[in-house]
Design a binder for this molecule. Structure first.
Ligand code: SAH
Ligand code: SF4
Ligand code: F3S
Length: 476
């Protein structure tokens, strides 16, 4: 779900959900006097947060624009997950600087994880920035804008134990009108030693289940046909009804969303292998509209490395979880994240990552080399001792293997027929539609009269690459 490394992009698979620095904008009515421009980087949570920010801004008279040169407020929602992600943000700030020179009144605001990590230091490092605001402070944005308009730079990076923005109806900025994200929780309590997220997003908290359900129902009523429930660790969703004291877990939440309408597809991301329960798997198997796709990042296939990473599972345990998924949901697709060259990783340990990939038969993966992040457990305790060339070589091996596994996975679909949700025109040919099957694979097929985005149709696959399936409609 991350994409600051364009060389690793599996283009067709990454469209829509994996947008890099995309300008979030749709054809909104120009309601306000002032305009904001927003770019988002990093994970789906960040894209979802930008939609919350859009809604907060529209309440104070701002409307979104795609045109940075004409905007009164330029925002960048940032990611800190790897060094490269932060480098990209700094490059963009240089571009904004030029715009600001031509339009001195324009304000520049830095949002998200990098804002949280660097806090007020950002203002010293990047003089053009007027506002620095962390992921839990977005309600304060209108105040910071007002201060900045008066010439006062503003920082709010307070993290919260309660904020879930449950009452805010996101402005669906980058949406195709068919698929939408719904944040169900925020923060992360897992202390994976390589990861900056617990520091930038704070403690884990789950959102009121009724607000999730009403958001999903509203989206369905507006014509959306797919929702992705988002959190760093969705399987540890737990919400207690303050009145009845009843607890809702992730499996129960999934079931409630699935019951909204059989035509509403449900996806979710991300699942930490330690938390995904059989109850979740059985719930997925029970409802056809809960998609048979699980993003289950392994990070490493070696137990010693996993221990250093503080992932709290070992190789055998992960493999058993994968086996259980295929046992309960035989046609489930599983994807993963891998980190090459974590501190002290040996060549043999790296090979364990390759072999676990073969065991898990991932349909696709996001693959990275280790990037030390300041303040994390790994940065404090372990030496980042694998030379960059070795990290890159191991990563290249991981990518090559994944490509061959993905190709085999996709070729295995040739001759099969899938129910596809039509998302829109294919990128290359407007006589073709692009959609996805339950397993989250992109399928391209010739259009048929009477069908439109948001409709379902049955498509028989007749060819495949490592990234895409192609086929023909057999019935709508
Ligand atoms: N919450 C999700 C992942 C969040 S970060 C989970 O637990 O799986 C997304 C991915 O970025 C991670 O799965 C990991 O593969 C990668 N990542 C995180 N920190 C990294 C680092 N310091 N260097 C390289 N990759 C990293
Ligand atoms: Fe980071 Fe681990 Fe939390 Fe995922 S579960 S966000 S990798 S600390
Ligand atoms: Fe990046 Fe923050 Fe997401 S660090 S990956 S934007 S939670």
């Amino acid at each position: 779900m991350y994409n600051d490394n364009p060389t690793l992009q599996n283009v067709d698979k990454k469209i829509d959900l994996q947008r890099q620095g995309e300008i979030l904008m749709q054809d909104f009515e120009n309601k306000g006097d002032k305009q904001f421009y927003i770019e988002s980087y990093g994970c789906q949570m960040n894209f979802s947060d930008s939609e919350i920010v859009g809604s907060i801004l529209s309440d104070v008279g701002y409307s979104p624009t795609r045109n940075m040169e004409q905007s009164d407020l330029i925002l960048i929602n940032t990611c800190s997950i790897r060094e490269k992600a932060e480098d990209t943000v700094r490059k963009r700030l240089k571009v904004f600087n030029k715009v600001k020179k031509d339009r001195p009144g324009t304000l520049v605001g830095v949002l998200g994880c990098m804002a949280e990590r660097l806090k007020a230091k950002f203002l010293d490092e990047e003089k053009i920035v007027d506002i620095v605001i962390g992921p839990d402070a977005y309600r304060d944005l209108p105040n910071l804008i007002a201060d900045a308009d008066d010439g006062q730079k503003g920082v709010n990076v307070l993290l919260s134990r309660e904020e879930t923005y449950a009452d805010i109806s996101p402005m669906r900025l980058g949406s195709n009108g068919i698929s939408a994200f719904i944040s169900i929780m925020r923060g992360c309590d897992n202390m994976c030693s390589f990861c900056v997220v617990p520091f930038t997003r704070g403690r884990e908290r789950s959102r009121d289940c009724f607000s999730i359900l009403s958001e999903a129902r509203e989206l369905f009523d507006q014509g959306f046909r797919e929702v992705t429930l988002l959190g760093q660790n969705v399987d540890s969703y737990k919400w207690e009804n303050p009145e009845t004291k009843e607890e809702v877990n992730f499996a129960q939440l999934l079931e409630m969303v699935a019951l909204i309408d059989p035509l509403l597809r449900i996806r979710f991301s991300t699942s930490h292998p330690k938390d995904i329960t059989d109850e979740v798997l059985y719930t997925m198997a029970k409802y056809k509209n809960i998609c048979n796709y699980i993003h289950l990042p392994v990070q490493s296939g070696n137990s010693r490395v996993l221990k250093l990473m503080n992932r709290t599972y070992d190789r055998e345990w992960y493999m058993k979880r994968v086996d259980r998924i295929y046992e309960i949901i035989p046609d489930c697709a599983i994807s993963s994240d891998m980190i090459a060259g974590f501190c002290t990783e040996t060549e043999d340990e790296h090979k364990d990552t390759l072999s676990i990939m073969k065991h898990a038969k991932y349909s696709m993966s996001y693959m990275f080399f280790y990037s030390e992040r300041p303040g994390t457990l790994a940065a404090r305790k372990y030496e980042d001792d694998i030379p960059l060339e070795v990290k890159k070589k191991r990563l290249a091996e991981i990518i090559e293997l994944q490509q061959s596994i993905s190709l085999k996975h996709n070729q295995g679909d040739i001759g099969k027929t899938f129910e596809v949700l039509i998302e829109g025109n294919s990128k290359r040919n407007d006589q073709e539609f692009k959609g996805r099957n339950s397993q989250n694979k992109v399928i391209i097929f010739p259009k048929m009269d009477g069908l439109k985005p948001g409709d379902y149709c049955m498509v028989k696959v007749d060819s495949a690459t490592s990234a895409t399936l192609k086929g023909n409609i057999i019935k709508s």
